[in-house]
Write a protein that binds this ligand. Structure first.
Ligand code: TRP
Length: 449
């Protein structure tokens, strides 16, 4: 089976595509709302520590497995295994990852659909009656189905164009746009009354809370989700990195961008909450915590936008456009995971694979939408609390315990000749062998017990 594999055309292309996958609703919604719900700066501090000390080493494990295997997640993992037992294990981990990626997309697309509807809503005021515009923001079956469908179609369209023409091209277009929107919104919010107070709340940590178990747990989960770990997606992206590229600095740059954008998103959202407060919007719940989760995004911020008058329409639309764009560059990686497997394993064309898998994933989304209370939270928990940490931990085990050390070093050396004498090679192997699996395992046990 001689398929010529498409690769990212440049280092910059990979960085934007991987950062596109990493930077998503997890950063722009998840991170600020978790920060709000977990005592502000203490959470920011813990998140940064865990992102660099635990998520980054695990991220490196995945992209290195991928670049070595030059194939989808399952085949790449199989490539590292030596014995038959290890191969069965590799297959299982790979398949759980691939299915997990599809499941993530099935709920992510629903949320992204809401973001798109909220992006159009302020503009639709100009042309339509309030009945029509109300449909866009009311939680209805029809709205949820239609926007989820549109969002999945966009994914199918981009993925069917391939790695360099689809994923890379669109990441290069959308990521800068997203960044500019984010900066403009931050600058705007900082001109408003109350923002300074929010800034202080955001950057002055209450160190007594830093080691609260629930805070550490949420921070690690958040870091894992944010770097798109534990679903084989980064194995696949790693497989599209050319061999002559220094994969270590590449990984570090992507991690930095991911953490940096999460930080910037907090710089937008937490001050915006305090601006809302200055305008009379309630931002604390009865127990004195900052309102978080969906209340924050769909109630607190919209009431702020409403108070802004005409410019509020523009700001609201820009804010939700930012969310939609971030969601799209992430979700394409979730579809690419399963698509790359089906293309390479069953020799089915990319266009067909994207269509079939997109249809299956949409069916799953429709099922969730129809049984929202029952399934939405359940699927999110299943993947983010169980399969992602487990698959992420197994990838570390593959690199730390199964992959022969020399072969691993040789892989890293391609594009990074001095790897052997680098700080990275002194520290990272111990991390993937012992610290990451233990830490992830501990967090996993803690969260299920
Ligand atoms: N990292 C993305 C975010 O922060 C979500 C994401 C994209 C993801 N691809 C993934 C999460 C694969 C887990 C697995 O929103």
């Amino acid at each position: 089976m001689a398929i010529t594999r498409d690769v990212f055309s440049s280092r910059f292309g990979f960085i934007l595509a991987a950062a596109g996958s990493a930077v998503g609703l997890g950063n722009i919604w998840g991170f600020p709302t978790q920060t709000a719900g977990n005592g502000g700066a203490a959470f920011v501090f813990m998140y940064m520590v865990l992102a660099f000390c635990l998520a980054f080493p695990a991220f490196m494990a995945e992209i290195i497995i991928g670049r070595h295997g030059q194939a989808n997640a399952v085949t790449s993992l199989l490539n590292v295994a030596n014995t038959n037992k290890q191969k069965r294990f590799a297959f299982l981990v790979g398949i759980v990852g691939v299915v997990g990626a599809g499941l993530i997309l099935s709920f992510y697309a629903i949320v992204a659909g809401w973001m798109m509807a909220y992006t159009i809503e302020p503009i639709s005021h100009i042309f339509f009656s309030s009945e029509t515009t109300g449909w866009l923001t009311d939680f209805s079956l029809s709205r949820n189905l239609i926007f989820t469908f549109i969002f999945i179609l966009l994914n199918i369209w981009i993925i069917s164009k391939g790695v360099s023409n689809g994923i890379e091209t669109w990441s290069k277009r959308l990521m800068p746009l997203m960044f500019i929107l984010l900066i403009i919104l931050i600058l705007y919010v900082f001109t408003l009354e109350g923002a300074a107070q929010g800034l202080i709340a955001y950057i002055s940590p209450d160190f007594s809370r830093v080691f609260e178990p629930s805070l550490v747990l949420s921070a690690l989960g958040q870091a894992f989700f944010s770097l798109s770990l534990g679903s084989g997606v980064m194995i696949v992206y790693g497989s599209y990195i050319p061999k002559n590229t220094n994969i270590v600095s590449l990984g570090a740059q992507v991690t930095l961008i991911d953490v940096g954008i999460a930080f910037l998103a907090g710089l937008l959202i937490i001050p915006a909450m305090y601006v809302a407060q200055a305008q009379g919007v309630e931002i604390f719940s009865a127990d004195g915590r900052l309102l978080a989760e969906d209340t924050l995004v769909f109630q607190v911020l919209p009431s702020l936008f409403n108070n802004m008058g005409d410019i509020g329409l523009l700001v609201a639309s820009a804010f939700f456009a930012l969310m939609s764009i971030a969601a799209l560059t992430s979700s394409i990686s979730m579809l690419e995971g399963p698509v790359s497997y089906v293309v390479e394993r069953f020799n089915i064309s990319r266009v067909k694979s994207a269509l079939y898998l997109g249809a299956i994933i949409f069916t799953m989304s429709a099922l969730i939408i129809n049984n929202f209370d029952l399934l939405f939270g359940f699927i999110i928990t299943l993947v983010t609390k169980y399969s992602q940490p487990l698959v992420g931990m197994c990838c570390c085990i593959f690199v730390g315990w199964i992959w022969q050390r020399n072969s691993l070093l040789n892989e890293i050396k391609q594009g990074f000749e001095n790897a052997e004498s680098s700080m990275f090679w002194k520290v990272w192997p111990i991390y993937t062998k012992i610290i990451c699996p233990l830490a992830i395992g501990a967090v996993f046990l803690h969260s299920i017990l």
